[in-house]
Design a protein around this ligand. Structure first.
Ligand SMILES: O=c1[nH]cnc2cc3nc(NCCN4CCOCC4)[nH]c3cc12
Ligand SMILES: [Zn+2]
Length: 376
């Protein structure tokens, strides 16, 4: 029996919450969980070098099937020796399947049983993506963790629409598994759908668990629903996911959601938020969000965050970063991106330590109090 590409090791569960400390083992190394995964959609985490990502302790990064299929083309990445070689990143890579991008980027789209017909968001050309095509692209990219091709339904969606969508996503997941060329080298995660409907989340989870994937994601969230709906869905969906496999919440990346997700048993998170808001000068700090272009920082020669250990905070001041952002200097984007990513990676380190000490509930209260979220 060949070793599966992905193995989850549960280290301990927090006595105060449902959080768990774990390690995910992959062909390109292991990473501790709960973890935040920086997003490198087009084979680069925008403005960051692989050396800087290692320096800030990024354990795993994301890249995107849909975007790399369009540019430069999965054939070119394959000829380069795969995504790890192409982007000079030798740690784990997870690729999303492209389903979400079809629904979020393409206006015209037609969902059929065999797949989705839509338009290239760059030039309007007609395109078709299917479970088999999504698996072929991810096989060429050579990611350590591939995501099954699914439908991320619009929010809100009717119960009837959601029921049809869940069952089609399950059929597509089965086709992905059948098209999976190298299961000993690449893991394939199923994506649980079902919206806010508890019975449909159960229906989706049970059908996917039956297909025995090495890991599972919760999809269909962070699509505009209120945070209390997300938390409620997590509360009844996480326990349906196998305890001995990684649980990945897709598209979630604000500090409060990461902590609330970990408390409910989530192990992996990703979001473009930290790097996207960094590029317009919004910084995550231990005292809350900071809009660095604000005039009040013009003569403020303190670090962005006195409690941050990152390259930006150790070497530059608020006044300098503000100046770079206002003059649209590229170096400014690098400094703000570096800080926001390190902030979330460090937050996950602190969450893991709180789990070791069985005090993640207390940690949440302390963090929310300082960050300015009103703890409910
Ligand atoms: O069901 C899903 N299936 C496959 N991929 C996904 C990716 C997803 N990403 C989000 N949310 C991302 C929301 N971002 C917040 C920050 O600004 C950009 C969008 N929700 C997602 C759901 C799915
Ligand atoms: Zn910093």
């Amino acid at each position: 029996m060949t070793q599966p590409a992905i193995r989850y090791e549960l280290i301990k569960t927090c006595k105060q919450t449902g959080a768990r400390l774990g390690i995910v083992h992959t062909p390109h190394g292991s990473f501790e969980t709960p973890t935040f995964m920086p997003v490198g959609t087009q084979a680069t985490v925008k403005a960051m070098s692989p050396e800087e990502l290692k320096e800030m302790d990024a354990g795993i990064i994301l890249s995107n099937t849909y975007h790399l299929w369009l540019r430069p083309g999965n054939d070119i990445v394959k000829e380069a020796g795969g995504l790890h070689k192409f982007m000079n990143w030798d740690r784990p890579i997870l690729t999303d399947s492209g389903g979400f991008q079809v629904f979020s980027l393409s206006k015209f789209r037609k969902i059929e049983e065999e797949g989705v017909y839509f338009r290239n968001h760059l030039n309007g050309d007609k395109l078709f993506l299917s479970p088999e095509k999504a698996m072929e692209i991810q096989n060429d990219l050579g990611s350590d963790i591939m995501m099954a091709f699914d439908e991320c339904p619009p929010y809100p969606a009717t119960y009837d629409y959601m029921l049809q969508s869940v069952d089609r996503t399950t059929r597509w997941a089965k086709r992905c598994k059948e098209a999976h060329a190298r299961p000993e080298e690449q893991g394939l995660f199923g994506i649980i759908q079902g919206g806010e409907y508890e019975d449909l989340r159960r229906r989706s989870a049970e059908a996917l668990v039956e297909l025995d994937f090495p890991g599972y994601a919760i999809g269909g969230l962070s699509v505009g629903e209120p945070k209390d709906i997300m938390n409620r869905v997590l509360e009844f969906t996480a326990p349906l996911m196998p305890e001995n496999k990684p649980r990945y919440l897709m598209g979630v990346g604000s500090p409060d959601s990461l902590i609330d997700g970990a408390i409910r048993g989530i192990d992996m998170f990703d979001c473009v938020l930290p790097t996207r808001i960094a590029r317009n000068g919004t910084l995550m700090t231990s005292e809350g969000r900071m809009v660095i272009k604000n005039a009040k920082y013009a003569r403020d020669f303190r670090p962005i965050d006195e409690n941050c250990d990152c390259y930006t905070c150790k070497n530059y001041t608020r006044a300098y970063v503000r100046h770079l952002l206002r003059t649209e200097e590229t170096f400014g984007l690098r400094l703000t991106s570096y800080h926001n990513l390190r902030f979330l990676i460090k937050l996950m380190e602190d969450v893991r330590q709180a789990i070791r000490e069985d005090r993640l509930g207390d940690f949440k209260e302390e963090f929310f109090e300082k960050y300015g979220y009103n703890v409910p």
